[in-house]
Design a protein around this ligand. Structure first.
Ligand SMILES: [Zn+2]
Length: 251
C-alpha cells in the first residue's frame, strides 16, 4: 500500500503538536554563492521551499531550478488531456509560479530552469544519470535543496538519493525538504528525523508570494474536467500542509 493513500494527517493535528512549533529556526547565514533546487515534479520546489528560495533570491543568492520530470503522469487515467499536453501545461505553470516568487531571470514568468525531461513516475531508473547531471551544477559553495530521500513518493526518494550522491561528490550542502511526509507521518513520528528539522519563518510578503505562486499550478489544484481521471491532485487539505507561514528543512 502506498504511504500517500487517503486524506493523510490533517493540518490541525500538525498545528496542535508543540514539537513543530519548537523546532529551531534555520539560519540562512552564511549565505551560499548559489542555490540549486531539484524538483522531481513541477510544483515540488514551490510547495516545499518556495518561500526559502524567495528569501535567498532577495538576499542576492542566484537560484537555479532543476526540473527532473515535467509531471506528465499526474493524471494517468485522463481521457481529456494527453501526457504530452500535460507536460506542456505543467512546464508553463512552473515558469509562472517561479516568476511570482521573484525568480524570473528575465522578468515575470521567465526563469532559468534546467529541464531534464526524465519520465514522471520512473525516476528511480535514472538515479545515476541525474546524479551526474547534478554533479555538473553543484560545487562546495552551492546549496542543493531537494525532496527528502524518505518522503514516501518513489520519485521524491529517487531524486533525494541522486542529490545526496551529487552533493557528496561535489561538497555542496544538501538540504532536504518534506512534501508527502506531512501526509503519511504523524506528529512526533519516529520515522522522521525531527532533531535535524529546522523552520524557515516566512515574512508575510514572502508567504503571500508563495501562496500566489502555488495558485499557478491550476492543473493540480483544480479538476482538469468533470470527467473521471481528471480529479484535482492538490486538494485543499493537502495544500493546507504546504502553505504555512514557515517551511521545514531537514539538515
Ligand atoms: Zn512531487
Amino acid at each position: 500500500m502506498s504511504l500517500i493513500d487517503g486524506l493523510g494527517t490533517p493540518e490541525p493535528s500538525w498545528q496542535a503538536w508543540p514539537g513543530l512549533a519548537a523546532l529551531d529556526n534555520f539560519d540562512l547565514h552564511p549565505l551560499p554563492a548559489s542555490a540549486v533546487v531539484v524538483a522531481p515534479h513541477p510544483d515540488d520546489e514551490v510547495l516545499g521551499v518556495g518561500g526559502t528560495l524567495a528569501l535567498l533570491r532577495t538576499a542576492g543568492v542566484s537560484v537555479r531550478v532543476v526540473a527532473v520530470s515535467d509531471g506528465e503522469a499526474s493524471h494517468p487515467h485522463s481521457r481529456t488531456v494527453t501526457p504530452t499536453e500535460l507536460a506542456e501545461i505543467r512546464r508553463a505553470e512552473q515558469n509562472i509560479a517561479l516568476g511570482r516568487l521573484g525568480l524570473g531571470r528575465l522578468g515575470l514568468g521567465r526563469c532559468e530552469v534546467h529541464r531534464c525531461g526524465l519520465p514522471d513516475g520512473h525516476l528511480d531508473r535514472y538515479e545515476a544519470d541525474l546524479a551526474d547531471t547534478l554533479s555538473r551544477l553543484l560545487d562546495e559553495r552551492t546549496w542543493c535543496l531537494t525532496t527528502w530521500a524518505r518522503d514516501g513518493h518513489p520519485d521524491h526518494e529517487a531524486t533525494g538519493r541522486s542529490a545526496a550522491t551529487a552533493a557528496g561528490r561535489t561538497g555542496a550542502r544538501l538540504l532536504s525538504f518534506p512534501v508527502w511526509t506531512w501526509h503519511w507521518a504523524q506528529p512526533a513520528d519516529p520515522r522522521v528525523p525531527w532533531s535535524t528539522a529546522r523552520r524557515v519563518p516566512l515574512p508575510p510578503m514572502i508567504a503571500h508570494a508563495k501562496r500566489h505562486a502555488v495558485h499557478a499550478f491550476a492543473s493540480q489544484l483544480e479538476p482538469l474536467s468533470a470527467q473521471p481521471g481528471d480529479e484535482a491532485i492538490l486538494a485543499s487539505h493537502v495544500l493546507a500542509r504546504l502553505t504555512r507561514d514557515y517551511e521545514v528543512i531537514l539538515l
